[in-house]
Design a protein around this ligand. Sequence first.
Ligand code: UDP
Length: 327
Amino acid sequence: MRVLVTGGAGYIGSHAVRWLSSAGHDVWVFDNLGRGHRQAVPPDRLIVGELADRAAVEQVLRTRRVDAVMHFAAFALVGESVAEPALYYANNVLCTLTLLDAMRAAGVSRIVFSSTTATYGVPQTIPITEEERQAPINPYGFTKLVMERALEDYSHAYGLGYAALRYFNAAGATPSGDLGEDHDPETHLIPIVLQVALGQRPQVTIFGDDYPTPDGTCIRDYVHVDDLADAHVKALERLGPGSQFKLNLGTGRGYSVREVIEACRRVTGHAIPATVGDRRPGDPPELVADSRRAQAMLHWTPRYTAIDDIVRTAWTWHRKHPHGFGD
Ligand code: UDP
Protein backbone atom coordinates (compact mmCIF):
# COMPACT_ATOMS: atom_id res chain seq x y z
CA MET A 1 0.00 0.00 0.00
CA ARG A 2 1.04 3.59 -0.54
CA VAL A 3 0.76 5.22 2.86
CA LEU A 4 1.05 8.86 3.88
CA VAL A 5 2.22 9.23 7.48
CA THR A 6 1.48 12.65 8.93
CA GLY A 7 3.74 13.45 11.86
CA GLY A 8 6.02 10.68 10.68
CA ALA A 9 9.06 12.57 12.00
CA GLY A 10 7.73 12.40 15.56
CA TYR A 11 8.30 9.78 18.22
CA ILE A 12 5.59 7.22 17.49
CA GLY A 13 5.24 8.21 13.83
CA SER A 14 8.90 7.57 13.03
CA HIS A 15 8.72 4.08 14.52
CA ALA A 16 5.57 3.39 12.50
CA VAL A 17 7.37 4.51 9.34
CA ARG A 18 10.07 1.91 10.02
CA TRP A 19 7.52 -0.81 10.56
CA LEU A 20 5.51 0.12 7.49
CA SER A 21 8.61 0.06 5.31
CA SER A 22 9.71 -3.29 6.75
CA ALA A 23 6.25 -4.69 5.97
CA GLY A 24 6.76 -3.70 2.34
CA HIS A 25 4.58 -0.60 2.17
CA ASP A 26 5.50 2.47 0.14
CA VAL A 27 5.73 5.20 2.77
CA TRP A 28 5.69 8.98 2.54
CA VAL A 29 6.06 11.25 5.54
CA PHE A 30 4.26 14.60 5.76
CA ASP A 31 5.58 16.68 8.63
CA ASN A 32 6.16 20.37 9.33
CA LEU A 33 9.14 19.47 11.57
CA GLY A 34 7.68 21.75 14.27
CA ARG A 35 8.15 19.03 16.87
CA GLY A 36 9.45 16.22 14.71
CA HIS A 37 13.01 15.57 13.60
CA ARG A 38 14.34 15.45 10.08
CA GLN A 39 16.89 12.83 11.15
CA ALA A 40 14.14 10.44 12.25
CA VAL A 41 12.96 9.90 8.67
CA PRO A 42 14.61 8.58 5.48
CA PRO A 43 15.47 11.82 3.63
CA ASP A 44 14.00 10.69 0.31
CA ARG A 45 10.66 9.98 1.99
CA LEU A 46 10.11 13.28 3.77
CA ILE A 47 7.71 15.94 2.51
CA VAL A 48 7.88 19.08 4.63
CA GLY A 49 4.53 20.83 4.69
CA GLU A 50 1.62 22.12 6.73
CA LEU A 51 -1.55 20.10 7.23
CA ALA A 52 -3.48 23.37 7.33
CA ASP A 53 -2.56 23.76 3.65
CA ARG A 54 -5.38 21.71 2.20
CA ALA A 55 -4.28 22.14 -1.39
CA ALA A 56 -0.76 20.94 -0.62
CA VAL A 57 -2.07 17.89 1.23
CA GLU A 58 -4.48 17.03 -1.55
CA GLN A 59 -1.72 17.36 -4.12
CA VAL A 60 0.53 14.97 -2.18
CA LEU A 61 -2.30 12.46 -1.85
CA ARG A 62 -2.95 12.62 -5.60
CA THR A 63 0.58 12.72 -6.94
CA ARG A 64 1.80 9.88 -4.67
CA ARG A 65 -1.43 7.96 -5.36
CA VAL A 66 -1.88 7.37 -1.65
CA ASP A 67 -4.09 4.46 -0.55
CA ALA A 68 -4.26 5.21 3.16
CA VAL A 69 -3.19 7.72 5.79
CA MET A 70 -1.68 7.24 9.21
CA HIS A 71 -2.32 10.42 11.11
CA PHE A 72 0.10 11.06 13.97
CA ALA A 73 0.55 14.82 13.56
CA ALA A 74 -0.91 16.38 16.71
CA PHE A 75 -0.01 18.06 19.96
CA ALA A 76 -0.15 15.66 22.87
CA LEU A 77 0.71 17.34 26.17
CA VAL A 78 -2.06 17.55 28.74
CA GLY A 79 -0.62 20.52 30.66
CA GLU A 80 0.04 22.52 27.51
CA SER A 81 -3.50 21.83 26.30
CA VAL A 82 -4.88 23.36 29.49
CA ALA A 83 -2.70 26.48 29.13
CA GLU A 84 -3.05 26.83 25.33
CA PRO A 85 -6.30 25.17 24.23
CA ALA A 86 -6.41 27.24 21.04
CA LEU A 87 -3.25 25.49 19.83
CA TYR A 88 -4.82 22.12 20.48
CA TYR A 89 -8.15 22.79 18.81
CA ALA A 90 -6.42 24.34 15.80
CA ASN A 91 -3.86 21.60 15.36
CA ASN A 92 -5.69 18.49 16.52
CA VAL A 93 -9.18 19.33 15.30
CA LEU A 94 -8.98 21.88 12.47
CA CYS A 95 -5.94 20.36 10.78
CA THR A 96 -7.41 16.87 11.04
CA LEU A 97 -10.67 18.06 9.46
CA THR A 98 -8.64 19.68 6.70
CA LEU A 99 -6.81 16.40 6.18
CA LEU A 100 -10.11 14.50 6.00
CA ASP A 101 -11.42 16.98 3.41
CA ALA A 102 -8.29 16.57 1.31
CA MET A 103 -8.64 12.79 1.60
CA ARG A 104 -12.26 12.92 0.40
CA ALA A 105 -11.32 15.13 -2.52
CA ALA A 106 -8.49 12.79 -3.49
CA GLY A 107 -10.55 9.64 -2.98
CA VAL A 108 -8.49 8.28 -0.05
CA SER A 109 -10.83 6.37 2.21
CA ARG A 110 -8.72 4.76 4.91
CA ILE A 111 -7.11 6.32 7.97
CA VAL A 112 -5.41 5.12 11.13
CA PHE A 113 -5.87 7.81 13.74
CA SER A 114 -3.85 8.39 16.93
CA SER A 115 -6.28 8.56 19.79
CA THR A 116 -5.57 8.36 23.46
CA THR A 117 -6.50 7.11 26.87
CA ALA A 118 -7.05 10.80 27.71
CA THR A 119 -10.45 10.45 25.99
CA TYR A 120 -11.60 8.39 28.99
CA GLY A 121 -10.83 11.00 31.64
CA VAL A 122 -10.98 9.36 35.07
CA PRO A 123 -12.14 5.82 34.31
CA GLN A 124 -14.75 4.08 36.44
CA THR A 125 -13.35 0.60 35.86
CA ILE A 126 -9.77 -0.71 35.67
CA PRO A 127 -8.60 -2.23 33.39
CA ILE A 128 -10.22 0.10 30.87
CA THR A 129 -12.21 -1.46 28.05
CA GLU A 130 -13.37 0.35 24.92
CA GLU A 131 -16.86 0.44 26.48
CA GLU A 132 -15.67 2.76 29.24
CA ARG A 133 -17.42 6.13 29.21
CA GLN A 134 -15.39 8.72 27.32
CA ALA A 135 -15.38 11.83 29.49
CA PRO A 136 -12.12 13.74 29.00
CA ILE A 137 -10.87 16.01 31.76
CA ASN A 138 -8.58 18.18 29.66
CA PRO A 139 -8.57 19.91 26.24
CA TYR A 140 -6.14 17.40 24.76
CA GLY A 141 -8.54 14.54 25.49
CA PHE A 142 -11.46 16.56 24.13
CA THR A 143 -9.71 17.31 20.84
CA LYS A 144 -9.07 13.61 20.30
CA LEU A 145 -12.62 12.66 21.28
CA VAL A 146 -14.06 15.26 18.89
CA MET A 147 -12.06 13.70 16.07
CA GLU A 148 -13.13 10.17 17.01
CA ARG A 149 -16.74 11.36 16.68
CA ALA A 150 -16.01 13.07 13.35
CA LEU A 151 -14.44 9.86 12.03
CA GLU A 152 -17.50 7.90 13.06
CA ASP A 153 -19.81 10.36 11.29
CA TYR A 154 -17.61 10.45 8.18
CA SER A 155 -17.54 6.68 8.16
CA HIS A 156 -21.36 6.48 8.18
CA ALA A 157 -21.86 9.25 5.65
CA TYR A 158 -18.89 8.83 3.31
CA GLY A 159 -17.80 5.23 3.82
CA LEU A 160 -14.49 6.21 5.43
CA GLY A 161 -12.69 3.24 6.98
CA TYR A 162 -10.89 4.17 10.17
CA ALA A 163 -9.06 2.82 13.16
CA ALA A 164 -8.92 5.05 16.25
CA LEU A 165 -6.10 3.62 18.32
CA ARG A 166 -6.22 4.71 21.94
CA TYR A 167 -2.68 4.58 23.24
CA PHE A 168 -1.77 4.24 26.84
CA ASN A 169 1.78 5.44 27.72
CA ALA A 170 4.10 5.10 24.74
CA ALA A 171 7.62 4.29 25.91
CA GLY A 172 10.94 2.78 24.84
CA ALA A 173 12.88 3.00 21.60
CA THR A 174 14.10 0.76 18.79
CA PRO A 175 16.42 -1.79 20.42
CA SER A 176 19.32 -0.69 18.17
CA GLY A 177 19.07 2.77 19.77
CA ASP A 178 19.00 4.78 16.55
CA LEU A 179 15.38 5.93 16.88
CA GLY A 180 13.83 7.13 20.12
CA GLU A 181 12.08 9.81 22.09
CA ASP A 182 13.27 13.43 21.77
CA HIS A 183 10.94 16.13 23.05
CA ASP A 184 11.86 19.71 23.89
CA PRO A 185 11.01 20.34 26.64
CA GLU A 186 10.81 16.77 27.87
CA THR A 187 7.84 16.13 30.14
CA HIS A 188 7.54 12.34 30.10
CA LEU A 189 8.54 10.22 33.03
CA ILE A 190 10.94 7.64 31.56
CA PRO A 191 13.09 10.06 29.52
CA ILE A 192 13.26 12.44 32.48
CA VAL A 193 14.40 9.68 34.83
CA LEU A 194 17.00 8.53 32.29
CA GLN A 195 18.24 12.12 31.93
CA VAL A 196 18.84 12.07 35.68
CA ALA A 197 20.81 8.83 35.22
CA LEU A 198 22.87 10.58 32.52
CA GLY A 199 23.62 13.47 34.89
CA GLN A 200 21.62 15.95 32.80
CA ARG A 201 19.15 16.64 35.62
CA PRO A 202 19.84 16.60 39.36
CA GLN A 203 16.72 14.62 40.28
CA VAL A 204 13.25 13.55 39.29
CA THR A 205 10.20 14.95 41.01
CA ILE A 206 7.42 12.47 41.70
CA PHE A 207 4.15 14.26 41.03
CA GLY A 208 2.23 13.29 44.15
CA ASP A 209 2.45 10.27 46.46
CA ASP A 210 -0.99 10.59 48.05
CA TYR A 211 -3.00 8.84 45.34
CA PRO A 212 -5.23 5.89 46.24
CA THR A 213 -2.70 3.37 44.88
CA PRO A 214 -0.51 0.85 46.78
CA ASP A 215 2.54 3.15 46.96
CA GLY A 216 0.61 6.42 46.57
CA THR A 217 2.01 7.26 43.12
CA CYS A 218 0.16 7.17 39.80
CA ILE A 219 -0.09 3.91 37.88
CA ARG A 220 0.27 3.84 34.11
CA ASP A 221 0.35 1.18 31.41
CA TYR A 222 3.63 1.64 29.50
CA VAL A 223 3.45 0.19 26.01
CA HIS A 224 6.54 -0.13 23.84
CA VAL A 225 6.65 2.16 20.81
CA ASP A 226 7.54 -0.78 18.53
CA ASP A 227 4.49 -2.66 19.78
CA LEU A 228 2.40 0.42 18.96
CA ALA A 229 3.96 0.61 15.50
CA ASP A 230 3.23 -3.07 14.93
CA ALA A 231 -0.43 -2.56 15.90
CA HIS A 232 -0.69 0.38 13.48
CA VAL A 233 0.53 -1.68 10.57
CA LYS A 234 -1.84 -4.51 11.47
CA ALA A 235 -4.78 -2.12 11.82
CA LEU A 236 -3.99 -0.52 8.46
CA GLU A 237 -3.86 -3.89 6.75
CA ARG A 238 -7.26 -4.83 8.17
CA LEU A 239 -9.05 -1.60 7.23
CA GLY A 240 -11.74 -1.79 4.59
CA PRO A 241 -14.34 0.71 3.41
CA GLY A 242 -16.56 1.67 6.34
CA SER A 243 -14.43 -0.17 8.95
CA GLN A 244 -14.74 1.36 12.39
CA PHE A 245 -12.09 0.11 14.78
CA LYS A 246 -11.79 1.71 18.19
CA LEU A 247 -9.05 -0.10 20.04
CA ASN A 248 -7.09 0.30 23.25
CA LEU A 249 -3.37 -0.28 22.91
CA GLY A 250 -1.68 -1.15 26.16
CA THR A 251 -0.09 -4.15 27.85
CA GLY A 252 -2.68 -4.67 30.57
CA ARG A 253 0.02 -4.26 33.23
CA GLY A 254 0.36 -1.08 35.27
CA TYR A 255 3.45 0.33 36.96
CA SER A 256 3.56 3.11 39.52
CA VAL A 257 5.87 6.11 39.19
CA ARG A 258 8.02 4.65 41.98
CA GLU A 259 8.19 1.28 40.19
CA VAL A 260 9.31 2.99 36.99
CA ILE A 261 12.06 4.85 38.84
CA GLU A 262 13.16 1.59 40.49
CA ALA A 263 13.27 -0.10 37.07
CA CYS A 264 15.45 2.75 35.77
CA ARG A 265 17.78 2.32 38.74
CA ARG A 266 18.10 -1.43 38.04
CA VAL A 267 18.68 -0.99 34.31
CA THR A 268 21.12 1.94 34.50
CA GLY A 269 22.90 1.08 37.72
CA HIS A 270 22.61 4.73 38.77
CA ALA A 271 21.17 5.94 42.08
CA ILE A 272 18.70 8.44 40.50
CA PRO A 273 17.65 10.83 43.28
CA ALA A 274 13.88 11.36 43.53
CA THR A 275 11.81 13.76 45.59
CA VAL A 276 8.09 14.05 46.06
CA GLY A 277 6.33 17.15 44.77
CA ASP A 278 2.75 18.26 44.23
CA ARG A 279 0.28 16.38 42.10
CA ARG A 280 0.21 17.40 38.45
CA PRO A 281 -3.26 18.70 37.57
CA GLY A 282 -5.21 16.41 35.29
CA ASP A 283 -3.49 13.14 36.27
CA PRO A 284 -5.92 10.28 36.94
CA PRO A 285 -4.59 7.90 39.65
CA GLU A 286 -4.58 4.76 37.51
CA LEU A 287 -4.77 4.04 33.76
CA VAL A 288 -4.39 0.42 32.69
CA ALA A 289 -5.66 -1.00 29.42
CA ASP A 290 -7.81 -3.94 28.67
CA SER A 291 -6.60 -4.40 25.10
CA ARG A 292 -8.07 -7.83 24.45
CA ARG A 293 -10.16 -6.41 21.62
CA ALA A 294 -7.06 -5.16 19.78
CA GLN A 295 -5.27 -8.43 20.44
CA ALA A 296 -8.16 -10.44 19.02
CA MET A 297 -9.01 -8.19 16.08
CA LEU A 298 -5.50 -7.40 14.95
CA HIS A 299 -3.83 -10.65 16.02
CA TRP A 300 -1.53 -8.37 17.97
CA THR A 301 0.44 -9.27 21.06
CA PRO A 302 2.64 -6.69 22.76
CA ARG A 303 6.13 -8.16 22.91
CA TYR A 304 7.29 -5.94 25.74
CA THR A 305 5.38 -6.37 28.98
CA ALA A 306 8.15 -6.06 31.59
CA ILE A 307 9.02 -2.48 32.45
CA ASP A 308 12.75 -3.29 32.71
CA ASP A 309 12.78 -4.45 29.07
CA ILE A 310 11.03 -1.28 27.92
CA VAL A 311 13.37 0.95 29.95
CA ARG A 312 16.41 -0.93 28.62
CA THR A 313 15.59 0.03 25.03
CA ALA A 314 15.05 3.66 26.06
CA TRP A 315 18.36 3.62 27.95
CA THR A 316 20.22 2.39 24.86
CA TRP A 317 18.75 5.30 22.88
CA HIS A 318 19.49 7.95 25.53
CA ARG A 319 23.08 6.77 26.00
CA LYS A 320 23.71 6.80 22.25
CA HIS A 321 21.92 10.12 21.80
CA PRO A 322 22.28 12.12 25.03
CA HIS A 323 21.09 15.22 23.18
CA GLY A 324 18.45 13.48 21.10
CA PHE A 325 18.65 13.91 17.35
CA GLY A 326 20.81 16.97 17.91
CA ASP A 327 18.84 19.31 15.71
N1 UDP B 1 5.48 11.98 36.30
C1 UDP B 1 6.20 12.31 37.44
N2 UDP B 1 7.29 13.14 37.30
C2 UDP B 1 7.70 13.64 36.09
C3 UDP B 1 6.95 13.27 34.93
C4 UDP B 1 5.85 12.45 35.08
O1 UDP B 1 5.87 11.88 38.54
O2 UDP B 1 8.68 14.39 36.04
C5 UDP B 1 4.31 11.08 36.42
C6 UDP B 1 3.02 11.68 35.93
O3 UDP B 1 2.40 12.41 36.96
C7 UDP B 1 2.24 10.43 35.53
C8 UDP B 1 3.32 9.47 35.06
O4 UDP B 1 4.54 9.96 35.61
O5 UDP B 1 1.60 9.88 36.64
C9 UDP B 1 3.45 9.40 33.55
O6 UDP B 1 3.54 10.72 33.05
P1 UDP B 1 3.96 11.06 31.56
O7 UDP B 1 4.04 12.55 31.46
O8 UDP B 1 5.17 10.28 31.19
O9 UDP B 1 2.77 10.49 30.67
P2 UDP B 1 1.20 10.82 30.70
O10 UDP B 1 0.62 9.89 31.74
O11 UDP B 1 1.01 12.27 31.01
O12 UDP B 1 0.75 10.48 29.32
